[in-house]
Design a protein around this ligand. Sequence first.
Ligand SMILES: C[S@@+](CC[C@H](N)C(=O)[O-])C[C@H]1O[C@@H](n2cnc3c(N)ncnc32)[C@H](O)[C@@H]1O
Length: 335
Amino acid sequence: MKYAFLLYPHQNIRYRQSLLTLARQELSMTLEALGRGCEVRDCEMGGAPFLIFDAPKLTQRDIRMLSQIASCYVMFTMEDGQMVPVESEHPNYIGEDLPALLKYKGKTNEMFTDTMLTMALAASDFMPVHDSQLIVCDPMAGRGTTAMLALRRGYHGVGVEIAKPEVKEACDYMTRYLEYHRIKHKKTESTLTVRGKAGGRETKFVLSDTAEHFKDGDTRTLRLIQGDTRDAAALLRSQSVHLMVTDIPYGVQKGTAGKQDSIGGTLGAAMPAWHDVLKPGGALALSFNTHVTKRASLEALAQAAGFEVVKTPSLEHWVEQAINRDVLLAKKPNT
Ligand SMILES: C[S@@+](CC[C@H](N)C(=O)[O-])C[C@H]1O[C@@H](n2cnc3c(N)ncnc32)[C@H](O)[C@@H]1O
């Protein structure tokens, strides 16, 4: 059977080409993980971008997983020159607009982050795990885009971010969103201990898509933690997270001791902690600016921490003048 997936358009022509590469990889990896590895081609029909592939008739489970492809707008089958829409099987758990409404400088494009999330899921052993059990962590969370995307899909989200104002803004936004949409929830705050001292502050939201589910305890959790990602192993439990998805800083930043610390230095200390926090079979998707961070050094840090680098076609793409982005995918072996 022939399938054609219509992609979301993007106003910026140069970025559109980048999105096509990412979308093709996102779809190929998902099909591969579903045991339906096949060649995915891109083409234009009626002036719109499509990804097309031939595969035996997709099952309902396949459709459900493919409905999560971030860059795909509508799925179609193509028969005798006719295009028939395929009903999406993965409705948003809570508001579609949750990860998109909060705008700020330095925000990662949420569709890109969602694409990384699909790639991490496809690279992990957790594709068959039910949404209600999947835990996604962004260890350098900014204002929580990744954790909110996870929640939108019906997973649990955790974000660790060092900057207090960023965490506060994410928490305030989440509170406003839940109250405005009258989403049943409980919010709690606590202090987390690192090496016997207060080392982090956690705001936890427990919520449900419906009041009935909330009453039955069928809930999802969003944890926003203000703390240092190098302490991730102390802030989060060992082997507690299925996927890690993050966008590392684009430039040089401050270390905790008050002196300038390179991103490499931070990551060198953080990678072993991230490895500890991930479950065996879990995957890490990390995007970086190639003008600042070299792929070879990142791969070396990941491997030194015990990760296996997942081989993909080049995912390097232009974002803006100062940013050329690439994605590293790595897996914690399940041994
Ligand atoms: C590129 S931004 C992430 C943006 C995020 N994806 C978003 O859309 O909001 C990288 C983040 O890493 C944070 N960061 C840097 N060093 C950190 C550390 N040691 N621990 C935790 N977060 C850190 C920065 O404060 C920054 O917010």
